[in-house]
Design a protein around this ligand. Structure first.
Ligand SMILES: [Fe+2]
Ligand SMILES: [Fe+2]
Length: 294
């Protein structure tokens, strides 16, 4: 158990290239204090997204897999999946601890502040990973999250320098340690895809990859959480109110920014996932549409 009860409020939390406003001229119009606060809010939001995805998608999908009758004969895979489930619950707690330490007022009622959704959207999200529907295409999304965890850990390991100063050491250490765990999970995720997704009928796989593509495309625009970060920044700095529309537009504009998109799902950020899609004919359309974003 890692203790993250203290952040250095004078330091940035995340590399600036992961923050949407960094790509727009409006970023240079913010004061140093405003940019630092935006960076810290973005870093906490990123941890919240890990918290949500690792619990609501990754662990939930693995929990579904270990209950699936078709996998019960593969004791080795089941044991590996139980390790992932246990690790992801621990990761979620560690991410939550950092969020709560940094912004206790915002997280006193749960782990969703920047990623809050309406009750009906949460119901739909819960349905996706429930046993009532069979959306095992989410294993691919789980693999993307794990590879992205490795990528962001590597980036933080390679450099802790930003225009705002050096990255907070606790924030950096959390992501480097998370990266080390996720490296062990990647081959297990790949085995699960072979045993659980590749075995489906061509027709079901067509539906799987159609849904996966739509799901991943929707995640490429940081609309909901990205705008929530900007709104929190404006709440803390009311003088930014006249810039609100420009800030919102700049956040959504990264949907078409190649440098920003390359960091998430791409041959450089998620090379194993990309290579696995390349090996499957049924992923041709998915690959084309994802590549078009880069
Ligand atoms: Fe994790
Ligand atoms: Fe993992």
């Amino acid at each position: 158990m890692y203790i993250f009860d203290m952040f250095d409020r004078k330091r940035p939390f995340i590399l600036e290239q992961y923050t949407p406003l960094y790509y727009d001229s409006v970023y240079t119009e913010l004061s140093d204090e405003q940019r630092l606060t935006y960076n810290q809010l973005s870093g906490i939001m990123a941890n919240e997204q890990f918290c949500v995805f690792e619990h609501d998608v990754l662990a939930a999908t693995c929990e579904r897999a270990v209950q699936d009758p078709s996998l019960q004969t593969d004791q080795s895979l089941l044991a590996d999946l139980r390790i992932i489930i246990s690790d992801e619950h621990r990761h979620r707690q560690e991410f939550f601890d950092t969020m709560h330490a940094a912004m206790p007022e915002h997280y006193k009622n749960g782990y969703r502040f920047f990623t809050q959704v309406s009750w009906w959207k949460q119901k739909v999200a819960n349905l996706l990973t429930s046993s009532l529907v069979d959306f095992r295409f989410l294993v691919w999304h789980a693999l993307c999250i794990e590879e992205f965890s490795v990528s962001i850990g590597n980036a933080l390991d390679a450099s802790n320098h930003t225009t705002l100063g050096t990255i907070d050491p606790n924030y950096r250490a959390l992501h480097c340690r998370h990266r080390d765990d996720e490296l062990h999970h990647l081959p297990i995720g790949e085995s699960l895809i072979e045993s659980w997704v590749d075995v489906r009928s061509p027709r079901r796989k067509k539906v799987d990859y159609f849904l996966l593509n739509k799901w991943l495309l929707s995640l490429r625009t940081p609309r909901l959480a990205g705008i929530a970060v900007v709104n929190e920044l404006i709440r803390q700095f009311p003088s930014l109110q006249p810039l609100q529309q420009r800030l919102h537009t700049a956040v959504c504009a990264v949907r078409h920014n190649r440098d920003y998109q390359q960091q998430f799902i791409s041959p450089s950020a998620t090379p194993r996932t990309w290579a696995a899609w390349n090996q499957r004919n049924e992923c041709n359309n998915l690959l084309q549409q994802q590549a078009a974003c880069l």
